[in-house]
Design a protein around this ligand. Sequence first.
Ligand SMILES: [Zn+2]
Length: 288
Amino acid sequence: MTHEYFRTYRIANIVDAIMRNPFAYLHHLEGLTVNNGIYEFLPPWQKESALHKFIRFIADEVLMNDTDGPTRVPFGPDYLRPKWILPVDAAMLKYGIINEPLFFIPEEFDRTEAPDGEDEPPHTNDPHHVVNACYNYLLDLRWTQVYEDLMSRITDEVFYVMFLNRRALANLNEFLARYVGEVSRDFFDTDEAPLADLFAVDGELKRVRPPMWARRAVFYRDRGRCTACGADLSGLIDTLSVGNYDHMMPLARGGLNDVTNLQLLCENCNLKKSDRVVAPSNRYRRWY
Ligand SMILES: [Zn+2]
């Protein structure tokens, strides 16, 4: 995968800030959590992880907010009188998803007064016409494949830089666990039986063995070492044994079977932690 780093850190920063204090942003997150939104997170070991879903949701909000104002990016060879486009078009151009802008931000209306005796031009009655045009463009765009492609690219890049941050991942999983913990199997209709079957008891998902791709990702992220005590696990015969993969947010507390909820622990540290919620270590080894 190639990285263009289009607003990657800005979006990562917003995602991190919201994860640190999600309850301050609850009304922004309703789209994720109300109306059974949490059900999307329940199936085990989705490569489109909980963090992917969260990033996608926030990135979409950020791009929608660009229409307020609106946020403008110059486009075209004439730098003295550029045409203006929205950041979403700039992003799709940068990623090579489109070759030409799909939308130009219209000119502000003419604020000069109409000559005596003449009516103002009709559009001057609508001071919001620029914002409205941008907003409507984005509303339509969100149903298109090019937008879907853009969101996938942005999500992949932000995931890449955030996956190292175990504390941020633990915050996300702690937030989601509150919703999982409130799910009763009685909530599901008969056609949702597969979802009900994912639960061991109300509010607790069944343990599902992590697949090799998830174990590899976590093993290499944590560099083959116990994240708590630093013990080198790479020399052990059962390096990739399931026992070393700890759910940071325990299943018994509403934790998910999700790659973002795993960390590497040695057997001793895993036993010590048990089903408690312990903040993951924020100690990392230098690159060199
Ligand atoms: Zn350890």
